[in-house]
Each structure stands twice: as structure tokens, then as C-alpha cells.
Design a binder for this molecule. Structure first.
Ligand SMILES: *[C@@H]1O[C@H](CO)[C@@H](O)[C@H](O)[C@H]1NC(C)=O
Ligand SMILES: *[C@@H]1O[C@H](CO)[C@@H](O)[C@H](O)[C@H]1NC(C)=O
Ligand SMILES: *[C@@H]1O[C@H](CO)[C@@H](O)[C@H](O)[C@H]1NC(C)=O
Ligand SMILES: [Zn+2]
Length: 818
């Protein structure tokens, strides 16, 4: 593969890019994570019209947001500021129009040149930059149009039911008063939106050029574009800070401003931000260049995570070799970044405080707009745990049979190194080894696809047809003209599949080096689901063009993938000839899904439970590693193969920790995909609870316009309202719920239960000794291998610094990579 040639550069760069996106999507997502407010507070006149942007003021009556009762309605009642002048809305500071001036490195041009009179200096809408090559409202390829959308209509605020200011009677004094302010704020937002979209287009284009034609020139251009965009974002943030917002009663306007006022680490002063970026870069440099020597071949060194170590972890069945790789990887990654990570924690908290959060955990939970994120995920986990314990007990038995009862005990946690990957996050690697019915192979349509002459192009045409069959959008012309669906022979491309939104409402692309096999058939549908999402919310303002929460994009893609990969759908497509409708096949199929998705859940939970505890200070620095193992044991039921100590730093051996990328979104999307899938199947009569002839895992939403309608309704609102509201109003569920996942795996659950009964398995696990010692001296640290390649590959990390600067690049979706 061409990708392997420049591996170092590729991985560093790729990782950096991913982190930009992921860090940011947290910021650009819906917000308003507020403590509950009492009814007296809410209707207290004094709370109204505050101009501060602190969180408490959001609870003012004008911005009613009753978190406790999950009532997101926006009251049209108009409390008066004081009883003697009922209905008059205070505007206590003059609004100044602010230009986030791209010619001024994105910093606002605060000199208005006219004595500070803002409205006359608001720049006119820039017609010359308008891109009208495609009229999206008359483009037959866009099946779903918003007839109300007009690009330059100042009162357009998206399809928002709370936009009650439209069409108000302007004759009364309070309305006029109000509208002056609102109009100015809207002018600002409109301009910001327009400029942010253009800046975004430039940046995404530069990143695209780099990823689809990797060379020094495109890399520099990508770095420059990224830096420029970051500066622009910061300028916009500073500008948005100065907009008075207390009197804004329009929900969409208010929410846009609110979203713009959170920018995460970029709020740090320049020297601190630089330090923040350097810390991450230094850690990622360690991570990305880490290499170890082979197990019994001390002179065979230079083995990297990808592909060598991951291959060993998923294919080797040699206990000692697995342990060697597991320990060595941690010695060369986590352990070497512990000190840097401790510094990063302080800086991340500092940045969060600058965004007016108590600490970074509050900032990371912010996009979920819930009162108690910890409790929410905990409750969902309790719903799923009985099923996890069944799987855990079954897998532990199969491993015990393979490695012997002296190594895998009947009732203890499972050693972490024999689960098929480096972190025990997905157990797919040991599926061939633990399959319930080994004789019955899984459905693989790859040979049939080759037989029928599939190509990368026809795979994507098939995916498009899948969505069109549900009355969803076809791909726009730019998609077919500009996507890279096949690995080009003449240049080097980053092959990680990804979906791209160029922020201009017509250019959407996929980049994927498609192979003609079953895996990529499913992935093509998954990626195209992201494009459907982009298309569905394309008429929203830029800040709302995002998933309803950070887990949504992925949840939609995976819900689609569940339907596409189902044996029934493959049969419909004519890729499976004979019927595969028997229990053995079903059990194997569900087991394979569970080893990936179900096994992953507690891991994802541990990743952020640990960091929440770290950020809040509940866990002190000298307990970092042992706390990690406490949580790993508690949720996953796994333990380290050798004793760990506080000299080690095992969280740091997983990419997202040194990269400082939140992880709970993967937990959320894994739960949510089943909720969405179940709702689609139930609404269309394909899944009937309790009816064994209509199990959830056999549901296929292909050719079902009703399913398409529900999906579109979920997607078209972007992040313009809280996700709980989106979900409530589309599928009638206002919160995360693990029961859908249980429904999906029901046949497997029954099978596992009776299988575990048959072999008399112990469900759950109990602690069986020391896993981690606080004291370094007593820890029996083991060193394997003995020879290490001293010549450390060196490269200049500073050029990557800018890549990590925060930006609003929520437009490239490649979250599948977890
Ligand atoms: C397809 O969508 C359009 C508009 O979005 C709608 O008017 C039409 O009724 C839908 N067709 C079906 C079969 O649902
Ligand atoms: C280890 O040693 C065995 C026998 O000496 C050899 O066949 C094998 O290739 C070596 N490497 C690994 C990774 O097992
Ligand atoms: C945070 O709060 C302070 C004081 O209340 C305020 O001056 C500042 O603008 C706020 N910052 C943000 C980012 O909202
Ligand atoms: Zn995805």
C-alpha cells in the first residue's frame, strides 16, 4: 500500500487533524449546561435583561430553559423590567457592530472610523463573494428544500419553532425597542455566518488538497490555512463576547451567540496556548514514534502500533508474546508522557475556567446539555451491564479453555492483553477464536461482489440508491465530480475514510480508498450517511451545522450500517443467494457485533470517567494510574497482566489521552445508534417487540420513505436545539436509553444465558489481588526484551503545533476511528 511509504508523517499529521476536529466538535455543539432554576428565580424580574454572558444570566426569564423538567419551551410571556413601564425591554449597553476582519488576521477591527456608530459601519453583504453556481433551491438533486430559505434574508433564523419574533406586530413600543437590538445582533450573526462559512471553505479546501495529494507543498498550505482559520475563530469569539445578549428573546439568535462564546483552549493567552499545543504535540510525538522490539527477537526492533503491534495483539495466541507487546507498548508511550500529561491537566482546566466553566470536565460535558452527565451515563450502563456480564463470562470461559485455568480464573477479571487489541476496547480480534458456532462461517459477500463486477463507483451508487429509496437526498453534482472514491495511482493519499462538508452548501465529498469488499460496502453507506446529515442541516446557520450532540453524526452512520450489514439486506441486494436464516448464523452475527460494540461500551466509559475525575481533582496526580485500573476493573472486569505502579501511566498509551480528545461521544453514539435504529424499525412495523418473527436485528429500512422521513427530521435541525429535544420530537425518546441495545441483542442474550448456565459460569468478577501499587519500590516492574533501538527517530514537531490550535472544523467527519 502506498500509504505505508511515508508512515511517520502520515500518522502524525493525520492524528493531528483528527484532533482538531474532535476537540472542536465539542465546542461547536449545543450548549446550555445549567443548574436547575426555581420558578421564583425564573420569573423574578431582576433576572431579566442582564447583559453579562455568565452562565447564571442564561436562566433569566427571557431565556427560559427549564433543565430540571426537561422543558425546553421558550416562553412568549414578556416579563416587564419594572412594573411602571410594562413591556419595555432594556438595552443597557449600545451594541457595536464588530467585524472579525480576515485582513486583520481575524481580529476584530474595533476602530469603526466613525466614532463608534456601529450600524453605519456594518459591512454590506458581500455579493462578489457569493457563490451562485448552484441554486440549491432549484436543484432537482436536492429533494428536500426549505422553501423559506433565502440566503440574504436577515430575519431568516433557520427552521426554528421558537423564532416567534418573525411577523410580530411592530406597532407597539416594546417590539420596536426590541427589534432594534435583535436586528443588530442578527446583522452581526449573519455577517459572522457568512464570513465564517467562507473561511471554513478555504480551510477545508486546503486540508482536502493535502489529504488527497500528500506532499510538502500541500502540507504547508494546509498548515497555513489552519492557522489562519484559528485566528479568525478567535477574532470571532472576541467579537461575540462583546455582543450584549441579555435582552435577546429569540432562541435561535441567543443560541448562536452562546455557541460562539465558547472556544475552549483558544481562550488561553497566547503563551499559554502555545504551551498547551506544545505539550500535546510532544506527547503525540512520543506516541506516534513509539516502537518496540519483537518478543523473542531482541534485534528485530522498530515495530510500530500500526500495523505490527496491532497485528500481534489480534492474531497471536501466545500468552508471553502478548504480554511482552502489551507491557513494552506502555513502557514506551504512557510512561514517557506522564509528566507532560500532568501539566496538560492544569492547562486544560485553566482554559475551561476562561470559558467560565468550573473545570475541564464541566466543559467536556457541556455539549450534552444535561444536569448530570455522570449520572446519565451511569444509569445507561446499569441498563446494559447484565448483558455485558453474560458476554464477559462466556468470553472468559473460552479464554480459560485456551490459556488454562491457572492463567484465567473462573471468577476474576480477565487479563487485559488477551482480548484481541492493545487496550481491550474492542474484542473483535478474538472473534474467530470464540465464535459460538465455529463451523458456521459469517456472511461475507466479498466474493459475490467481485463476481458481479462491483467497482468503487458502483458501491457508492448503490449507497446513494439506498438513501434515495428512502426518499432522502441524492448526492449533489459536486459530490460525484470531486470525491475521491478510489486510490489514485499518481499521488499519495491519506486513506482513512472521511466525509467532508465544504461549508458552502453545495460542495460535499467523500475520500475513501475503496476496496471491493463487504467491509467497504458498509463503510461507504456509513460515510454517505454523514453527507446526508450535512445536506439535511445545510440551511442552518454555520454554528448549527453540526450533530445534535457530539455522538449524533456517528450514531446515524452506524444505525444505517446496522441495516446495511444485516443478512436480510444483503439478500435483497442479491449478494447473498441462499437463505441464511438459521439460529447459528444469527447468533454468530450478533456475537460479532457484540464483541465490537458491547465490549467497547465500558471502555469508552472508563476513558472519560477517569478524565472527569482527574479534571475535577477528585483524583490526585499520585493516584492517576491506580485509579485507572480501579475503573478498568470496576466497569470492564479486566486487570493488567503484570503489576502496575504509579511510575506507569497506562491511560497515556491510548491515543485520545495524550491528544486530549474527549471520548464519551463514542459511548453516546454506541447507545444512540440502537435507539435510532429501533425507532426507525418500530415505526415502520419491521420490529415488533415480543414477536420472534420480527426481531430487531433483521430489520432493514431500505425502500422505506417513512424511515427516511424520521431520519431527515432528526438531522435537519443540526445543533439548533438541544439534542434531547431533537430526539423527543422525532422518535419520542428524550434521553439515552440502553434498552434498545438490549432489544437488538436479545437472541444473543438468550443464547449466552443458557450457554453460561450449561457450563456453570460465574457472572461478574471479583478482585483477586494487587493490580496497581501506589509505591514504586514495591511494584515488581518487569522489563522485557532487553535491547532497545537507541537511535530515536527525530522529527520537527513544531511545524505541527499550529495544527492543534482549536478551530471550528466540524466539517470533516472521520470519527469512526476511535
Ligand atoms: C418524499 O419527500 C417529499 C418532500 O420531502 C414529500 O413531499 C413526499 O411525500 C415524500 N414521498 C414519500 C413517498 O414519502
Ligand atoms: C520466536 O521463536 C520461535 C522459535 O525460536 C520462532 O519460530 C518465532 O518466529 C519467533 N518469533 C516470535 C514472534 O514468536
Ligand atoms: C466569564 O465571566 C466573566 C465574569 O462574569 C465575564 O467577564 C467573561 O466575559 C465571561 N467569559 C466568557 C467566555 O463568557
Ligand atoms: Zn463516521
Amino acid at each position: 500500500m502506498a500509504c505505508a511509504l511515508t508512515r511517520i508523517v502520515r500518522t502524525i499529521f493525520k492524528f493531528s487533524l483528527v484532533s482538531i476536529f474532535l476537540v472542536q466538535s465539542c465546542l461547536a455543539s449545543p450548549q446550555l449546561d445549567l443548574p436547575p432554576i426555581s420558578s421564583t428565580q425564573r420569573y423574578n424580574n431582576a433576572g431579566y435583561g442582564l447583559l453579562s454572558s455568565t452562565q447564571s444570566s442564561i436562566n433569566s426569564p427571557g431565556n427560559q430553559y427549564d433543565v430540571q423538567n426537561q422543558n425546553f419551551g421558550f416562553s412568549t410571556a414578556r416579563p416587564s423590567q419594572n412594573p411602571s413601564t410594562p413591556g419595555v425591554f432594556p438595552v443597557s449597553s449600545t451594541f457595536r457592530g464588530i467585524n472579525p476582519d480576515i485582513n486583520n488576521n481575524g481580529y476584530p477591527n474595533v476602530n469603526y472610523g466613525n466614532g463608534g456608530n456601529p450600524s453605519s459601519t456594518l459591512r454590506p453583504y458581500d455579493e462578489t463573494n457569493r457563490d451562485d453556481r448552484i441554486d440549491i433551491n432549484n436543484d432537482p438533486n436536492f429533494r428536500r428544500n426549505d422553501p423559506n430559505f433565502a440566503r440574504n434574508d436577515p430575519s431568516y433564523a433557520g427552521a426554528n419553532p421558537y423564532d416567534f419574533n418573525r411577523g410580530v406586530n411592530t406597532n407597539s413600543i416594546d417590539d420596536r425597542f426590541h427589534q432594534v437590538n435583535l436586528q443588530q445582533v442578527r446583522d452581526f450573526l449573519l455577517k459572522a455566518d457568512d464570513q465564517a462559512s467562507k473561511e471554513c471553505t478555504n480551510n477545508v479546501a486546503a486540508q482536502w488538497n493535502f489529504e488527497t495529494d500528500v506532499n510538502d507543498g500541500t502540507q504547508h498550505a494546509a498548515l497555513d490555512a489552519q492557522q489562519r482559520y484559528t485566528l479568525f475563530q478567535r477574532g470571532l469569539w472576541e467579537a461575540a463576547q462583546q455582543v450584549p445578549r441579555g435582552a435577546i428573546r429569540d432562541y435561535a439568535t441567543f443560541r448562536q451567540l452562546r455557541l460562539l462564546s465558547i472556544i475552549g483552549p483558544s481562550a488561553l493567552p497566547p503563551d499559554q496556548l502555545d504551551r498547551y499545543n506544545r505539550l500535546i504535540n510532544d506527547m503525540l510525538a512520543v506516541y506516534n514514534t513509539a516502537e518496540i522490539c519483537a518478543y523473542n527477537e531482541p534485534f528485530k526492533c522498530g515495530l510500530h502500533l500500526q500495523p505490527e503491534l496491532q497485528f500481534v495483539m489480534s492474531h497471536s495466541r501466545d500468552w508471553d508474546e502478548l504480554q511482552h507487546v502489551w507491557t513494552e507498548w506502555r513502557r514506551n508511550t504512557g510512561r514517557r508522557v506522564r509528566d507532560l500529561y500532568e501539566q496538560l491537566v492544569d492547562l486544560t482546566n485553566q482554559a475551561a475556567r476562561l470559558n467560565n466553566f468550573t473545570d475541564a470536565s464541566a466543559y467536556w460535558m457541556f455539549p450534552y446539555e444535561t444536569v448530570n452527565m455522570r449520572q446519565d451515563v451511569e444509569e445507561v450502563w446499569e441498563q446494559v451491564k447484565p448483558l455485558y456480564e453474560l458476554l464477559h463470562a462466556y468470553v472468559r470461559r473460552r479464554l480459560r479453555e485456551a490459556y488454562g485455568p491457572e492463567r484465567i480464573s473462573r471468577s476474576a477479571p480477565i487479563p487485559a492483553h488477551v482480548l484481541g487489541d492493545m487496550w481491550g476496547q474492542s474484542w473483535s480480534g478474538i472473534v474467530p477464536f470464540t465464535l459460538p458456532y465455529p463451523g458456521k462461517t459469517l456472511v461475507d459477500v466479498t466474493p459475490e461482489m467481485a463476481q458481479q463486477g462491483y467497482t468503487p463507483l458502483t458501491i457508492f451508487q448503490l449507497a446513494e440508491e439506498f438513501f434515495v429509496s428512502m426518499n432522502m437526498s441524492a448526492m449533489p453534482p459536486d459530490f460525484w465530480a470531486l470525491s475521491v472514491l478510489d486510490q489514485p495511482a499518481d499521488r499519495h493519499v491519506h486513506c482513512q475514510p472521511s466525509a467532508w462538508d465544504f461549508c458552502n452548501r453545495h460542495d460535499y465529498r467523500i475520500k475513501m480508498c475503496t476496496h471491493v469488499d463487504m467491509k467497504d460496502l458498509v463503510t461507504a453507506h456509513h460515510e454517505m450517511a454523514h453527507i446526508e446529515y450535512f445536506l439535511a442541516y445545510r440551511n442552518q446557520p454555520k454554528v448549527f451545522r453540526d450533530g445534535a450532540n457530539p455522538g449524533f453524526h456517528e450514531a446515524i452512520g452506524e444505525a444505517i450500517a446496522l441495516a446495511v450489514a444485516s443478512p436480510r439486506h444483503l439478500q435483497t441486494l442479491g449478494l447473498v443467494q441462499k437463505s441464511v436464516d438459521d439460529t447459528a448464523h444469527d447468533t454468530n452475527y450478533l456475537f460479532t457485533q457484540a464483541m465490537d460494540k458491547l465490549a467497547f461500551l465500558p471502555f469508552a466509559l472508563v476513558m472519560d470517567r477517569w478524565r472527569w475525575d482527574v479534571f475535577t481533582g477528585d483524583v490526585r496526580k499520585e493516584q492517576y494510574n491506580c485509579h485507572w485500573w480501579r475503573l478498568r476493573e470496576q466497569y470492564q472486569g479486566i486487570k493488567p497482566p503484570v503489576l502496575r505502579s504509579e511510575l506507569d501511566f497506562d491511560p497515556g498509551s491510548k491515543y485520545h489521552i495524550p491528544a486530549n480528545i474527549p471520548y464519551i461521544r463514542y459511548f453516546v453514539s454506541t447507545i444512540l445508534q440502537f435507539q435510532i435504529y429501533r425507532a426507525l424499525c418500530e415505526r415502520t412495523g419491521q420490529f415488533i417487540p415480543g414477536d420472534p418473527s420480527r426481531p430487531l436485528h433483521k430489520c432493514d429500512i431500505y425502500r422505506n420513505p417513512e424511515a427516511g422521513r424520521i431520519l431527515t427530521r432528526i438531522m435537519e435541525r443540526g445543533s439548533s436545539v438541544p439534542w434531547t429535544q431533537v430526539l423527543q420530537e422525532t422518535i419520542g425518546e428524550g434521553r439515552l436509553n440502553g434498552e434498545a441495545l438490549r432489544d437488538y441483542f436479545r437472541p444473543l442474550e438468550d443464547w449466552l444465558r443458557s450457554e453460561n448456565l450449561r457450563t456453570g459460569e460465574y457472572l461478574g468478577w471479583s478482585y483477586d489481588g494487587d493490580y496497581c501499587k501506589f509505591s514504586i519500590e514495591t511494584a515488581g516492574l518487569q522489563v522485557y526484551g532487553g535491547f532497545y533501538n537507541a537511535a530515536h527517530r527525530h522529527f520537527d514537531v513544531t511545524s505541527f503545533v499550529t495544527l492543534l490550535l482549536a478551530s471550528f472544523l466540524t466539517t470533516v467527519v472521520m470519527m469512526r476511528w476511535r
